[in-house]
Each structure stands twice: as structure tokens, then as C-alpha cells.
Design a protein around this ligand. Structure first.
Ligand SMILES: Cc1cc2nc3c(=O)[nH]c(=O)nc-3n(C[C@H](O)[C@H](O)[C@H](O)COP(=O)(O)OP(=O)(O)OC[C@H]3O[C@@H](n4cnc5c(N)ncnc54)[C@H](O)[C@@H]3O)c2cc1C
Length: 458
């Protein structure tokens, strides 16, 4: 038996390591157990490598289209091994930094596969690590469909897709959610012919309908094909590539099939059931302080219900550390979590969609403003297009902010302050926005919502 820790954390991804860093900052004695690499999905197989891939794609797109800006250049080819070297270098610099930080904070790090063997003990490499508090942070895995075998050769998960050493000529992507459309955008700009298959009527179906339509318009212009309201039936991998059959009889030939149909929690086979932890479906059930049904056992990140986002994991990890230390943190408002889809154009949103706001307040009690980015100077300079959509409760605050356009992901910072501080459009309207920026469209949209539009035909 080793020393008794204040907190023992299973899983060193966004949720787990954020909890470790905050708990040790608060003076608690912390153990962190990780079977693979510190940083988890986000750093090694998610947020960071996908955004590096998308950026490489943007560079290729810029070079191909440079003449539109009066710059003569010629696009030769994509050197995928070199793209991977760039991507991996970004990951490895951040990985080294994170390892140093965890060490610097005095967290005791255990490498190995852990198993919960009682409500206060995790076993790893035959060693029993005991904690006054346990935090489960074992994350999630890429899901597939019944009967669909992800072989890692022709039928890929996002993890496999990030390891490719060449750009596939033709790809079918199953799933038009965030991960699916991000890979579609990256591969399209790197030169692939891409078709997305989505079972629901629109791409990024969790977003406000106008954002889906804005993205679909942009994808059509870029030549990204998509089929909606149609479901996958089967795939034949016996030939040179893949032959994908859809339920409506459509047949699609491609080199590869990417399966991007969502992620499920890594919640089985680690002793959780045996120790008596309660589940919410496949996820671990928790209260607003991320407490499971067992006293002093917490769960965070993709393992629990809620948005599967790195910054949600960070915040839950911090919340748990502060709760354990008795700091009485405020529960997380999950509607106040910024959501960004990092394709080009980007999609970013906060709060309620128009449909959700109408259901909550009544359609007659909300006002909606749509500000077309055609009127935004910087968007024109970038040769981009898009929309900002704001929703307010009449006489009340802004309850939904939605954007599709270049750099929308950076503008979400202001949107999240507006939403989380429950700002009235009249509070935001007089605030100055620098000209010419994309973000000044946020100011213009609030001017319109406050009843005094500037660059708009009223
Ligand atoms: C392709 C892709 C792109 C994404 N892009 C974004 C993005 O742009 N922005 C964003 O916010 N989110 C993004 N995400 C989601 C984000 O990566 C996750 O929400 C986040 O990583 C969840 O953190 P976590 O700590 O819950 O789990 P994870 O990061 O999955 O970490 C869990 C860790 O637990 C370890 N573990 C599991 N079982 C055991 C065990 N028994 N013993 C020891 N260790 C164990 C695993 O090895 C892993 O390191 C993306 C995800 C993917 C797949």
C-alpha cells in the first residue's frame, strides 16, 4: 500500500489532468494514473492534431486561390508526411509542456492501466493507490454502427484518419456532425473528393438551422458533397477501395470510409460496475458537482453526460478539485459552454437555438436578428461569407448567439461573455468594436437587436 492521497484521478486527459493541476495548486496531495499519454484524446488524437490538419488545408487552399488576391503562385502538391511532421511537432511541444507542468505541480504520476477496486482505491500495475477522493476521467472512444467493422485500413475512425501518410483521392464520411465536417473540410482543401452521409436532414444537426444552412451553402461552393436524411446500409471492402451502400439504394465508391458517428464513454471494464457506481445509459451518472452515487467518487469529461468538449472537461476537473477543497464552486451552466466547429467557414455558438428559445419562452416572446456578413468589410477582404444570428428574450437578455463565417471561432470569446453575463442587447450596442474586424459584425448585430441598426437597410 502506498501513501494515502487526497485525490486519485484515473485518466490523464483534459478532465483528469485539469483536476490534477487545480487540486495540487490548492495544496492537495494528488495521484494521476494514465495508461497511454498524458493529455488524452484532445492533445494526441482530437482537438490539436485535427486543427493542425485543418490549418495545413487552409494553407493549401490559400495557395491555390492566391490569384484571386492578385498574388501569383503555383500549387504543386501536398506532402502528407511533412504535414504530419508539422502536426506532430505541435502535439509534441504541447505534450512536453504538459508533462513539465504536471511534474512542476508535484502531482504523483503513475503510468499503467488502472482499475477501481473499491470506493477509495485504484489498482495499477499490481499497486493499490488509495485516495480520500477518487476522480474517474477515462474519456471516450470512437463509436461505429452495428455490423460496421472499423478495420483501420479502409474503414477508419478519426484516430486512424489522423495517421494517414497520403491524401485519399476519394472519401466517404459517415456522419455530418462536428468531427465529420471538420475532416471533410480538411481533406477537401488538401485535394480529396469528399462525400458526407448524414442520417438527419442537415449537417451539424445540433446547431441552429441557419448555421447548418450557412455551412451547407459554403460546402456546396467548395465542392464538398453531402447526402442528408439517408442512412448507411453496408460497406464492401473486398475490392480496391470501398463500395458504400445507403438505405435508399445509393452506391458510393471511394478509397476510404471514415466513420464519424459519435463517441461513447469509456465506462466499462474498469471496475465501475463492480464497485456499485450508477450509470446514466453508458455514461456515469453525476450530480451538478460531478459526484457519483458513491461518496467521494467523482466523474468528469466525456465519461459523464453533457457536451463532449475539452474545455468542458477542464472546467469539470477544476470544479471537482475546488469542491473537494471546500471552495463551494458554482455548478457549470452547460448552455454557457462555447461550441465551435473548426471547418472553413467556422461555426460557433452559445446558448439556445431559435427553436429552443421559442420552445422555452414562446415564439412571440423572442426577437431574432440575422446579420449577413456580406456587409462586413473584413469578411469581404477575406473573400468569405456568413451570418450572425442573435436571439433575445423580449425585454430580456441575449439568450442565443450563432455565427457561421471565417474566424467565428475567435469571436465566440465575446459571445460567451454576452451570454454568460446575461447582457441585454442595449448593454452591448454602445460598446465599440474595432474597424475593420469580423468581430464588429457582433456589434452591428447587437445594434440591430437593440433597435438601432447602423450599416443595415431598416
Ligand atoms: C477528432 C476529434 C476532434 C476533437 N476536437 C475538439 C475540439 O476542437 N475542441 C474540443 O473542445 N474538443 C474536441 N474534441 C473532444 C475532446 O477531445 C474531448 O472532449 C476531451 O478529450 C475529453 O476529455 P476527457 O478527459 O474526458 O477524456 P480523454 O481526453 O479521452 O482522456 C481520457 C484518458 O483516460 C485514459 N484512460 C482510459 N482508461 C484508463 C485506465 N483504465 N487507466 C488509465 N488511464 C485510462 C486514456 O488513455 C485517456 O488518456 C475532439 C475529439 C475528437 C475525437
Amino acid at each position: 500500500m502506498t501513501d494515502l492521497f487526497d485525490v486519485v484521478i484515473l485518466g490523464g486527459g483534459s478532465g483528469g489532468y485539469a483536476c490534477a493541476l487545480r487540486a495540487s495548486q490548492l495544496g492537495l496531495k494528488v495521484a494521476l494514473i494514465e495508461k497511454d499519454k498524458l493529455g488524452g484524446t484532445c492533445l494526441h488524437r482530437g482537438c490539436i492534431p485535427t486543427k493542425a490538419l485543418l490549418h495545413a488545408g487552409e494553407v493549401a487552399h490559400t495557395v491555390r486561390h492566391s490569384k484571386e488576391f492578385g498574388i501569383n503562385s503555383s500549387f504543386e502538391s501536398v506532402d502528407m508526411p511533412a504535414v504530419n511532421t508539422y502536426k506532430n511537432a505541435v502535439v509534441s511541444r504541447l505534450y512536453k509542456g504538459l508533462q513539465g507542468l504536471v511534474k512542476h505541480r508535484g502531482v504523483t504520476y503513475f503510468e499503467g492501466t488502472g482499475k477501481l477496486i473499491s470506493k477509495d482505491t485504484i489498482e495499477v500495475n499490481g499497486q493499490k493507490i488509495q485516495g480520500k477522493n477518487i476522480v474517474l476521467a477515462t474519456g471516450s472512444y470512437s463509436k461505429s454502427l452495428p455490423g460496421l467493422n472499423v478495420d483501420g485500413v479502409k474503414v477508419l475512425s478519426s484516430e486512424h484518419a489522423l495517421e494517414l501518410n497520403s491524401v485519399p483521392a476519394k472519401v466517404v464520411i459517415l456522419g455530418g456532425g462536428v468531427i465529420g465536417v471538420e475532416f471533410a473540410a480538411a481533406w477537401n482543401s488538401l485535394g480529396s473528393e469528399v462525400t458526407i452521409v448524414e442520417g438527419l436532414p442537415n449537417l451539424i444537426p445540433a446547431e441552429d438551422i441557419d448555421m447548418s444552412k450557412g455551412l451547407e451553402k459554403a460546402f456546396r461552393k467548395l465542392g464538398i458533397k453531402f447526402l442528408t436524411s439517408v442512412r448507411f446500409k453496408s460497406v464492401d471492402t473486398s475490392g480496391a477501395g470501398v463500395k458504400v451502400l445507403l438505405e435508399d439504394g445509393t452506391k458510393l465508391d471511394a478509397d476510404l470510409l471514415l466513420v464519424a458517428v459519435g463517441r461513447g464513454p469509456t465506462s466499462r471494464g474498469m471496475g465501475y460496475e463492480e464497485v456499485g457506481i450508477t450509470y446514466a445509459g453508458e455514461h456515469i451518472a453525476v450530480d451538478e458537482f460531478c459526484r457519483t452515487n458513491l461518496q467521494n467518487v467523482f466523474a468528469v469529461g466525456d465519461l459523464i453526460p453533457g457536451p463532449q468538449l475539452a474545455h468542458v472537461g477542464f472546467q469539470e476537473g477544476i470544479l471537482v478539485a475546488e469542491f473537494i477543497q471546500g471552495l463551494k464552486p458554482r455548478p457549470i451552466d452547460y448552455l454557457g459552454v462555447p461550441r465551435v466547429t473548426y471547418c472553413e467557414p467556422e461555426v460557433a455558438s452559445m446558448g439556445l437555438t431559435e427553436g429552443q428559445a421559442a420552445a422555452k419562452y414562446g415564439a412571440e416572446n423572442i426577437s431574432v436578428v440575422k446579420y449577413d456578413l456580406a456587409g462586413n468589410g473584413k469578411t469581404q477582404i477575406l473573400k468569405s461569407a456568413g451570418l450572425i444570428k442573435l436571439i433575445r428574450e423580449n425585454g430580456g437578455p441575449v439568450v442565443g448567439l450563432h455565427m457561421v463565417g471565417s474566424r467565428a471561432g475567435e469571436m465566440i470569446a465575446e459571445a460567451q461573455l454576452i451570454y454568460n453575463w446575461e447582457a441585454m442587447p442595449e448593454d452591448v450596442a454602445p460598446l465599440l468594436h474595432a474597424h475593420p474586424t469580423v468581430s464588429e459584425a457582433m456589434g452591428e448585430a447587437h445594434l440591430a437587436l437593440a433597435g438601432k441598426p447602423l450599416h443595415a437597410h431598416d
